[in-house]
Design a protein. Structure first.
Length: 338
């Protein structure tokens, strides 16, 4: 018998539109990895309620995120794609893990500090977000977690939580293996504002499913090197976000041309953005076309998610039974509920 494939787990919040940062930093990698790893991919709606959100559209955004992932090439025949709240074991394990997670570790998480400082009243959910993420990963005994750089700190915490739980309840074994991060070259895409990482919640994104016109309207006003006041002022591509995006969307000859035209003041920033827009539009066109088709078939998408949740629950339920046992809970005398 062949050894089992290593398992990966990854999640994305339905907190807004799937954007090119998510795609380059994470989703593209998931699509590639599904051929060599057992892949579990989750739309993490329970994470998305840790920030203010519109409840009337959460379900639609959740389906829309699944559509985006399928359109990017996640193959439900290969990967298990599901919605986090459809597998209640995630929240149960989170509660168990809360008991071994130090509050001080949560308070020093960069994402917590960034997101909480923008709020007047900080919900507990924002603080315990990384514990739910640890539960997501450990529930499936994932070996690898393909994420963007912003999530590496949370993954470190997951490893620490696993160690602490093992020390307390592992009966001398490493029941939870410590998962490893898997980064892409595009581990941190900056937002179009040039101020922060591209984030669904910051409105500084290019949506993966944006129309060609929307893409252009978003790129057009984006800041570039401030030294380039007029066409005649030479610029430094290294400090220009538009240049960095060229590196992911334009062929090497064009990237070289961009450097020459920018440093030699041979064109204006708008010319440079137009070329980027055209290449981006071409790269995203097939994804957009598949998403438009899937939007016409919401029942099919919901069926894929239901089948994914059933597969995920088969693994998650087993983990929860073992965790309850190791933590000393009285087993139900009736049918085991999970
Ligand atoms: P939110 O603003 O709601 O936190 P987000 O855009 O940060 O949304 P997440 O759902 O939190 O997206 O993250 C999904 C995946 O995308 C994670 O693996 C994360 O590391 C990755 N990711 C998010 N933003 C970027 C970025 N700017 N560059 C590279 N990877 C990113
Ligand atoms: Mg995020």
């Amino acid at each position: 018998m062949l050894p089992p494939m290593p398992r990966i787990f990854s999640g994305i919040q339905p907190s807004g539109e799937l954007h090119i940062g998510n795609w380059l930093g994470a989703v593209q990698n998931w699509v590639k990895l599904q051929y060599s790893y057992e892949s579990i991919i989750c739309v993490v709606d329970l994470h998305a309620i840790t920030a203010k959100y519109e409840h009337a559209s959460l379900s639609q955004r959740t389906r829309e995120m699944a559509i985006g992932l399928l359109a990017c090439g996640i193959d439900p025949e290969r990967a298990t794609l599901f919605v986090q709240s459809h597998v209640p074991e995630h929240t149960e394990l989170q509660w168990m893990l809360n008991s071994v997670t130090p509050i001080g570790e949560l308070e020093r998480m960069t994402q917590f500090k960034d997101k909480s400082q923008r709020l007047e009243s900080v919900p507990v959910g924002l603080l315990t977000y990384p514990v739910l993420m640890a539960a997501d990963i450990l529930l499936y005994h994932a070996d690898l977690v393909p994420v963007g750089e912003d999530q590496v700190q949370h993954l470190e915490l997951t490893r620490e939580v696993a160690r602490r739980w093992n020390a307390e309840f592992g009966r001398g074994e490493s029941y939870f293996a410590e998962p490893q991060a898997l980064l892409t070259e595009a581990k941190r895409i900056m937002g179009l504002d040039g101020q922060a990482k591209m984030s669904k919640s910051l409105g500084n994104t290019v949506g993966l499913l944006d129309t060609p016109e929307e893409i252009w309207q978003k790129l057009r006003p984006a800041p570039t090197d401030p030294a380039r006041v007029t066409k005649k002022d030479p610029g430094n591509p290294e400090i220009c976000n538009i240049y960095h995006l060229h590196r992911y969307f334009s062929p090497p000859e064009t990237v070289a041309q961009v450097v020459e035209n920018c440093t030699g003041a041979k064109w204006g920033c708008l010319d440079c953005k137009r070329v980027l827009a055209d290449n981006m539009i071409a790269a995203l066109a097939p994804i957009r076309a598949r998403a438009l088709e899937l939007r016409e078939q919401p029942e099919l998408v919901d069926e894929i998610l239901a089948a994914g949740a059933a597969k995920a629950r088969a693994i998650a339920g087993q983990t929860i039974l073992e965790v309850r046992d190791r933590m000393g809970f009285l087993q139900s005398a009736g049918r085991l509920i999970h």
